[in-house]
Each structure stands twice: as structure tokens, then as C-alpha cells.
Design a binder for this molecule. Structure first.
Ligand code: SF4
Length: 687
């Protein structure tokens, strides 16, 4: 069975000194030669950049050859553990991946549920970096010191459920190994291909599935039996226990009222529309938020967001309240309706607020399907004017079975609907599928084609920008993307700081990249309250001027979260004692301000990657519809007449970060303050 036992390690590196919280070991595997070695990482790197995206950015900066195409064998990616992952700290059951995106040719990262990173830590590594291209379809197996590249010809072509069943039979279940694998879309290098972790969780965005496929890598399997050394185990356990207890507190009367109120009501559409008009923040008590989130996760926000304008409809040109009204259509996609399909709860692991689920849709013969969440329901639902939840779930299932990103896939279909509506695309272009607004069956047929790269799916599966460039006929006008990536379903006309994130973060179009928008609209507090004054992190919903500093603080703090390997929904449901956990784990004795500085370093290293790739802010242009320009100036609903000066707002953010507005480079002065001037030398804004 074993085709290629990799060569002995080139260097069996050990960390510089005894340490806590990190192993200081990164496993490098070259799939072309089959060689592997271990790189020792000094503790100073972790103190500066934490782990997760921070360690990942440091590794990519050091090892990725600049300018290399992400699908070239010489390109690299890394699966990285957050600092807290593998310690059983609450909300740390996450995996992170970093690399270069085949969709956007920019810095890429993704944060998913699953156990691969925890197993990696147990195997004695903080990260696994992969390069090369295996001579045949392969599975990379890491079990402690054992590193194998095994043939996977029999797995190639298998859809995700079948592939995971085969891998489980071969390598064991969740207790034994964590698994990260691709479906047919990744094998065929669809640029919107995802990677699925432990069967149900996705590295959805930016095309990591195509990166695996380009390396002939069907799956990564990791198992380990060790532990992460903890500096103060008693204190660490106390803190973890306290967090668990806080999240399980029973609710008082007022919180219970908010839970009731927080569940969308068909007759309250007028109130949901009033919030953005008046700029009233949608804030519920923390305890109520925790319970709501635990019950419904992101599905609880769907109907509300369609009505209040947060969720764009009809390829960003429609108005939810008018085209997909809550009372008649939006409620059909509400979390309450989704609840009826749920047969089991699902968690990322080590989570006191399990917010995901497994669903069954009898009418469509769907079993054991991950519950569709906010982005999928908005994308295949309201965006396409499709109110059939069974069909939305079927589209979601197709995405996960075949391994494509639901946001990019559904956004591309929104563009198809509009092109068909305008007579610029016909069923002849689409293998006989006549996709019109509201036709969920046709959307499902095209989703399947994208996932298999079949027929018209061959040009649709690379995302909306490439599809529009391929078809032409003026369809580029309404291909909504930022530098090749379709924005998530949160409208900058509703929450302007989300728009700034879409065009300012090194991962264009992403909504999970760190944003002050949750403060802007929900009044969500700052995760490191001792590091900044309230005035530097709190913004009003209405108005656009002077929000750059808050955006910078929130984006930097979000990178702390990614460095620690935590779930971002913790920030929506309260403040965790990050610095106490880090200090109990590592013994570093950091302050919140120092931790925030680490987040700023991570954000700068992510951004510097794009600078080194020759990209500048001018490459990241918002589509006019995101700014309320042209036909994006809505004529009805709560966002009627809203314009958003995203470019000015981004300039404000750049100033706050110390980034040059033209080159995107970090100023040397700030780089010196952060201690990264040497690392980024040659890529800084001088003077
Ligand atoms: S809150 Fe939800 S997304 Fe976050 S770790 Fe828990 S299960 Fe995963």
C-alpha cells in the first residue's frame, strides 16, 4: 500500500530552548521528491507573531518564492495550528491554512472547524508546510515522526462523503486522526474549490482546493498522541473551566425576553427595516446572544438580514424588503425553518457553544448533510430569489460533496441570472439549463456542473470575474467581485466597515478578515479592552468619516484571534480572557497592548505578502454596487439612496495602519516600532 516512504529527515531540528505553549517545530514536506524535514522556529517568532495566521505568514514570507503561480508545484501552503489549539481551551477547535490564492493571486488564509491542527500539535508540530507535486494522486499521512506519501488513485474522483468514509476505514476515526480532503472540484483545479475538514467543515474561500489538486494531494491525514506543554496548567484549566461555565449559565427573565425577541418574527419587518434607517444598533445582552447562537448559529440572522438590507439580493441590485419580503418569502429561510431539518448538533471541537448542525431533507433524499448557514442560505436563497429551503440545502450539499465554495458558487449564479434576464446568456450557453431568478432546480443543476467542471461548469467554476471575462458581451459590468473574489453576503451599504474590509484586507472580498462592522452595527465590544480606549474602537453606525482608527484596531485584534486559533463568534458573544490564557499557556507575561501589537504584526505581514507580489491598493477596487453607485443606488427599502465612500474610508484605514495609500507599504517608522523593519526591509515605505 505504501508507495513512497519519504526520505530520512534532512534535519531533525529541535527548538532552541525549553518552552511552553509551542513546540517550535514546523514539518516541511516536498511532494515532488518525497523528502521531509523539520524546521526549528525560535520562540521570538511566536512572541512576535503568535501562531495560526501569524506563524503561517512568517513561514510564507520566508519560504514562498515571490511571483510563483499558486498552482505551480513550487508554490507552498501551510496548515497551521493556533497558539491555543490542541490545549482544549474553549473555542480552540479550529484549523488554519495559509498560502497564495489561485482565485485572487493574493495572500490567502482560511479558518475552519476540525481536528487536523489539534492532531498536528499532538504529533509535535505547530505547522505543516507543503510544496511540490506528487507524481500521482496521493494522501499525505503524518503520525508523529512518521511521514508517508501514500497513493490515492482509488480515492481520486470520489466525492467528499465517500472519500471520508474510505479514509476513515484506512486511517481511523476522529479520535485517531484529523483529515483534510478535496472533492472532484479541487482535483480539477476549480479556482473556487474548497477543502473539507473532518467531513463537514470547510476551508471555503480563495480556492485552497485547487492548490491541493495542483499538488495531486487528495488528503492530509494527521494523528498524534503527545501534548502541548503548558506553563501553568492549574491556572489554564481554571480559566478554561470558567469560560465553559459562563457560556452555560442559565438565563434570567430579561435575557429570555431578548432570546424571544431575537428570533425573527414575520410581523416585525417594519422594526428590522427601521434599525439601519435610524442607526440603532442591534444589540442583545451577552447571555441572550450566547443562547441564540448556540441554538441557531448564523441561521438566526438570515430572515432579519434579508429584511434590514444586510444580505444583498439579486446580485446586489435588488432590495430584500421589496423583492424577497420577510412576511411572504424571507421567513421561509428563517432559522426556525432550518431548525425543523436539524437531526444532530455539530461542533468544531472544544466548543461550549456548539452552533452547527446536521440536517436531513426527506423530500430530496438528503441525509447527513451539514446544515446550511447564513452565507449559503443568503447566496442560494435570497440572492437568487429562491425561497425553497430544500433546494437551498441541496445546493449546499452539492457544494460540500463536490468541494466548492458556496459563496463564490452562488454569487456566480447570481451573475448568470442577471445575464439571462438581460438576454446576454441563454440556455444554449448553459448546456440547456435556463437559470432564471427563483429557479432553485436550475441553480442546483449548474452547481453540480461547477463542482464537476463539466460543460459550462468548466468556465463557471473559476468564479464570476473569470466567467464574465470568458463570456464578455458586457456582462463584466455586473460581475460583482473584488480582485477576482466574490464578496460575502454582507452589504457595505448596510455596514460600511465591512466594505472597507472587502477592499483593504489582504484577502479581498472576505468578511471573516477582521472588521469593525460588528461594532458599527451590533455594538460588539473590543476583545482587548485594556489595550485601547473606547473612543478608539467604538464607532457610530451612521456616517463614514473618522472610522479608520477603529477599523485598524478591530482588524489587528481579529488577527490576534487568528493567531490564537479561536472562533470569531467568541467576539460576538462576549470577551474571552485572551491574555490570561496566553500567559498561563506560555508564561510570557504579555499585556493586552502587547498582544494587540502581535495582531498588528500579523496584519502587516499578510499585507506585505501582497506588496511583494506586486499588488497595490489600486488592484482592489470595489464594484460600484457595493458603494451605492450607478444601479447600486437602491430606490426602495431601508438602504434607499445610501452611498458609501469606500475609497475614502479605505484611505482613512491606511493612514491608521501606517500604510502608504498608493503602494500599500507599511511606513518604516511604524515597522521599527513593531520590530519588523529588518524582516520587511526592501518592502517598506521609506521617508
Ligand atoms: S461557536 Fe460554532 S463555529 Fe465557533 S467553535 Fe463553536 S461550533 Fe465552531
Amino acid at each position: 500500500m505504501v508507495a513512497c516512504l519519504t526520505r530520512p529527515p534532512r534535519q531533525d531540528a529541535m527548538p532552541d530552548t525549553a518552552r511552553f505553549g509551542t513546540h517550535g517545530r514546523v514539518l516541511h514536506v516536498d511532494l515532488t521528491s518525497g523528502a521531509h524535514h523539520v524546521e526549528a522556529v525560535p520562540e521570538a517568532v511566536y512572541r512576535a507573531f503568535l501562531a495560526g495566521y501569524g506563524l503561517g505568514a512568517w513561514l510564507m514570507w520566508r519560504h514562498q518564492p515571490p511571483g510563483v503561480d499558486p498552482l505551480d508545484p513550487a508554490s507552498r501552503f501551510a496548515i497551521v495550528s493556533g497558539l491555543l489549539t490542541g490545549t482544549k481551551a474553549p473555542f480552540s477547535g479550529r484549523i488554519q491554512i495559509v498560502g497564495k490564492s489561485p482565485l485572487t493571486q493574493t495572500w490567502a488564509d482560511s479558518n475552519s472547524g476540525g481536528s487536523v491542527a489539534a492532531h498536528l500539535r499532538r504529533a509535535g508540530y505547530d505547522a505543516l508546510m507543503v510544496t511540490g507535486r506528487a507524481p500521482e494522486p496521493s494522501v499525505l499521512v503524518v503520525r508523529g515522526d512518521e511521514v508517508l506519501i501514500e497513493p490515492a488513485g482509488d480515492l481520486w474522483g470520489q466525492e467528499i462523503p465517500e472519500a471520508f468514509d474510505t479514509l476513515k476505514a484506512r486511517y481511523g476515526g476522529k479520535r485517531d486522526v484529523g483529515v483534510s480532503a478535496i472533492g472532484p472540484a479541487g482535483e480539477r483545479r476549480a479556482r473556487i474549490a474548497s477543502v473539507m475538514n473532518d467531513r463537514y467543515h470547510a476551508f471555503g474561500r480563495q480556492g485552497f482546493g485547487a492548490v491541493y489538486g495542483s499538488k495531486h494531494l487528495k488528503a492530509v491525514v494527521v494523528g498524534g498522541a503527545g501534548a502541548v506543554p503548558i506553563a501553568d496548567p492549574k491556572r489554564f484549566a481554571q480559566l478554561s473551566k470558567q469560560i465553559q461555565a459562563d457560556y452555560r449559565k442559565s438565563l434570567g427573565l430579561i435575557a429570555r425576553f431578548y432570546v424571544w425577541l431575537g428570533k425573527p418574527k414575520r410581523w416585525l419587518g417594519w422594526l428590522y427595516r427601521a434599525f439601519p434607517k435610524l442607526g440603532m444598533k442591534l444589540r442583545a445582552p451577552t447571555a441572550a446572544m450566547r443562547q441564540l447562537w448556540s441554538r441557531r448559529g448564523t441561521t438566526g440572522a438570515v430572515a432579519l438580514s434579508i429584511e434590514n438590507g444586510d444580505a444583498p439580493v439579486m446580485n446586489w441590485k435588488g432590495t430584500g424588503a421589496k423583492d424577497f419580503p420577510l412576511s411572504k418569502r424571507g421567513y421561509k429561510l428563517d432559522g426556525k425553518e432550518v431548525d425543523k431539518l436539524v437531526v444532530n448538533k455539530l461542533s468544531c471541537g472544544d466548543c461550549p457553544m456548539p452552533c452547527k448542525g446536521i440536517v436531513r431533507v426527506k423530500s430530496r433524499g438528503l441525509n447527513d448533510v451539514r446544515r446550511p448557514d447564513y452565507e449559503t442560505i443568503c447566496g442560494f436563497g435570497a440572492n437568487l430569489l429562491n425561497d425553497d429551503l430544500g433546494l437551498v440545502t441541496a445546493c449546499h450539499d452539492a457544494c460540500n460533496r463536490l468541494g466548492i465554495d458556496a459563496v463564490s458558487a452562488s454569487a456566480t449564479l447570481g451573475w448568470v441570472c442577471e445575464a439571462v434576464e438581460q438576454g446576454l446568456l441563454t440556455a444554449d450557453d448553459l448546456d440547456g439549463v435556463d437559470l432564471r431568478w427563483g429557479d432553485g432546480e436550475a441553480a442546483l443543476a449548474l452547481t453540480e456542473k461547477m463542482g464537476r467542471r463539466e460543460g459550462c461548469g468548466a468556465w463557471l467554476c473559476d468564479g464570476v470575474a473569470r466567467a464574465a471575462a470568458y463570456i464578455g458581451r458586457g456582462t463584466e459590468r455586473f460581475a460583482v467581485h473584488v480582485h477576482g473574489q466574490e464578496p460575502a453576503y454582507h452589504d457595505p451599504r448596510f455596514t460600511s466597515l465591512m466594505g472597507v474590509t472587502y477592499i483593504a484586507d489582504p484577502t479581498p472580498g472576505r468578511h471573516t478578515a477582521g472588521s469593525g462592522s460588528w461594532n458599527e452595527t451590533f455594538g460588539v465590544g473590543f476583545s482587548l479592552p485594556k489595550a485601547r480606549d473606547k473612543a478608539a474602537v467604538n464607532v457610530k453606525w451612521k456616517g463614514h468619516a473618522g472610522k479608520g482608527e477603529a477599523q485598524a484596531n478591530h482588524s489587528n485584534s481579529h488577527q490576534v484571534l487568528n493567531g490564537l486559533g479561536l472562533c470569531m463568534f467568541t467576539t460576538l458573544t462576549g470577551t474571552l480572557p485572551w491574555v490570561d490564557l496566553v500567559n498561563a499557556l506560555t508564561g510570557w507575561g504579555l499585556t493586552e497592548a502587547e498582544l494587540l501589537e502581535s495582531g498588528e504584526r500579523i496584519q502587516n505581514l499578510r499585507a506585505a505578502f501582497n506588496v511583494r507580489e506586486g499588488l497595490t491598493p489600486a488592484d482592489f477596487q470595489p464594484h460600484p454596487r457595493l458603494m451605492g453607485q450607478g444601479d447600486g443606488l437602491l430606490q426602495a427599502g431601508p438602504l434607499k439612496g445610501v452611498r458609501v465612500p469606500l475609497l475614502e474610508m479605505r484611505a482613512d484605514y491606511h493612514r491608521a495602519m501606517g500604510w502608504d495609500g498608493v503602494s500599500g507599504r507599511l511606513s518604516r517608522a511604524r515597522a521599527e516600532q513593531l520590530g519588523v523593519a529588518g524582516l520587511l526591509d526592501g518592502w517598506l515605505a521609506e521617508g
